[in-house]
Design a protein around this ligand. Sequence first.
Ligand SMILES: O=C(O)CCC(=O)C(=O)O
Length: 257
Amino acid sequence: MIASDAREQLDELGYVVLEHFIDPELLNGLKSRIKELFEIEGDQAGAEFRQEEGSGRLANLVNKGDVFLETFGDPRLLDHVRVVLGDRFKLSSLNARNVNPRWDQPQPLHADMGAIPDDSGYWVCNSVWMLDDFTKSNGPIRIIPGTHKLGKLPQDELDDLLASHPDEVLLTGKAGTVVVMNAHAWHGGLPNQTDKSRLAMHAFYARYDKPQQQYQKELLDQELQDSLSGDLRELLTLDDPLNDQVSRNPETRSGFL
Ligand SMILES: O=C(O)CCC(=O)C(=O)O
């Protein structure tokens, strides 16, 4: 069950901000494992998916620590994702993004995976886990409310994807906040004007019939796959021939995030 105003915000605005969502102990665990992974992976960090100038990225986090298994299957989160994607959906990817201090470029406005809703409706939904405070000046995400309903991509409508948009809203909040976002809504990260980096984790979901951004069955160690059962196994679609068919081809898995 989710609050009716949360449902309304997801329907109308395309996002909802859930404060105090992450338990403080989990928050610390996520931050310290992510920090460790950045050190271990060095200049290869994010390479399984994409690297991005001005931000550190990590990909395939499901495979990189038990602490991540406590995140993407959280029933409170899935209740919100269900509002966007309906009852049948899967984890598409679990990544992190750390905006470097003083990085002065915004990301272009985009919809995740360049996705446009189809005849069956919305098919991408993201959740942004704020692992640091997100402030107006340290590289928050901007979102243009309502654009998930347009059925158009920003690159087809705007002359300048980097320019500020008259309707943009900045997603800010304390560490521990999670934003659930209809990922068809136009959004993008902003510059970090501060001396500290800004860390987020993204648990990204797709409708059951669409490609995963990262084909989990190919990426996860066999030992981990064998140990997973129940809801997590189902969310990762490790036993789903339809997913094998749609997610195996790397060409269908491009785009931002
Ligand atoms: O700033 C973030 O963490 C998310 C930015 C974003 O929308 C992206 O990387 O596609």
